[in-house]
Design a binder for this molecule. Structure first.
Ligand SMILES: Cc1cc2nc3c(=O)[nH]c(=O)nc-3n(C[C@H](O)[C@H](O)[C@H](O)COP(=O)(O)O)c2cc1C
Length: 275
């Protein structure tokens, strides 16, 4: 079993990695065959997104930037579980991690890591501790349909200076490691959370209203059968989520047609082709 750590800290032995090491040690205590691979974004040639949106229109493999992005994606695909880790910078992810998010943003709409066990970890000095990890979950890994087992934000100053806090954090990391280990071992396909279902429905509705405008995305969705499914895989979606989704996305279709006109799809297709 292989766990990949994608780290957005420039400090390979800094606070965030010291917390990840606790998780690694705990998991290796449960099962010594668990293998950890560290992908430090600081070592990678991952250039800034140029905003051409080719990844969204033609797929990530057509990105004009020739750098380490394909090997990073390959490593994520091959891992049995991923720990996404970033320090909190101004209550956000680090610049390194934000660039990673931007470069792989197309996975929000053309997902490849569906149900992949993922744990989100962040350390900050002590304020805005949950800003970075919540952002990572909401803006990326829920969209990607990963199976997020925990979203952890640690005030590192408290860990260092307060014995009681340190014990509490270590217990939290122990519980998180157990949960993550089970997910990595069993590879479950859990029922989607509300936010995951809404993201799925948003993607599906977008394609229903403008399939010719997004031919590559439509092709991937149709090939995978997602257009006819309730979620990316066979599962029981909470009936209340379905009712809310039906109303919200039915409304989205109405707004789209009323505001942009019935031929919006063809006009969008023309625009995409020309730009
Ligand atoms: C540019 C920068 C911005 C930071 N912003 C915050 C912040 O908003 N809140 C906070 O509590 N700590 C902040 N910190 C402190 C780091 O989040 C904290 O030391 C973290 O544990 C560093 O992780 P690392 O050692 O893995 O890089 C900041 C540090 C840097 C370098």
């Amino acid at each position: 079993m292989k766990v990949l750590v994608v780290s957005g800290s420039p400090r390979k032995n800094g606070n965030t990695m010291s917390m990840v090491k606790i998780v690694e040690n705990n998991m290796k205590k449960i099962d010594e065959s668990v293998d950890f691979e560290y992908l430090h974004l600081i070592d990678k040639d991952l250039r800034y997104c140029r905003g051409c949106t080719i990844c969204l229109r033609k797929g990530g493999h057509n990105c004009p930037l020739k750098d380490d992005a394909p090997s990073i994606l390959k490593a994520m695909n091959e891992a049995d579980g991923i720990i996404f880790a970033s320090p909190g910078y101004a209550a956000m992810v680090s610049g390194l991690f934000k660039n990673f998010i931007d470069r792989f943003m197309y996975l929000d709409h053309i997902p490849e890591l569906i149900a992949k066990p993922a744990m989100i970890m962040s350390t900050s000095g002590g304020d805005g501790v949950m800003g970075a990890p919540k952002y990572m979950a909401k803006m990326s890994f829920y969209w990607w349909a990963c199976n997020i087992t925990d979203i952890i934000g640690i005030g590192h100053a408290f860990y260092v200076i307060n014995d009681k806090k340190r014990l509490k954090i270590e217990r939290q990391l122990l519980r998180a490691s157990d949960k993550f280990y089970d997910a990595v071992r069993l590879q479950p396909k859990p029922r989607p959370s509300f936010i995951q279902y809404m993201y799925f429905m948003f993607n599906k509705t977008e394609l229903e209203v403008s399939s010719t405008g997004m031919p590559f995305r439509t092709k991937v969705w149709e090939e995978n059968g997602w257009m006819k499914m309730d979620y990316y895989y066979k599962t029981r979606v909470n009936p209340l989520f379905k009712i809310i989704g039906f109303i919200a996305f039915g409304g989205m279709k109405l707004v789209y047609h009323n505001l942009l006109g019935k031929d919006a799809d063809t006009r969008l297709a023309k625009y995409v082709l020309e730009n």
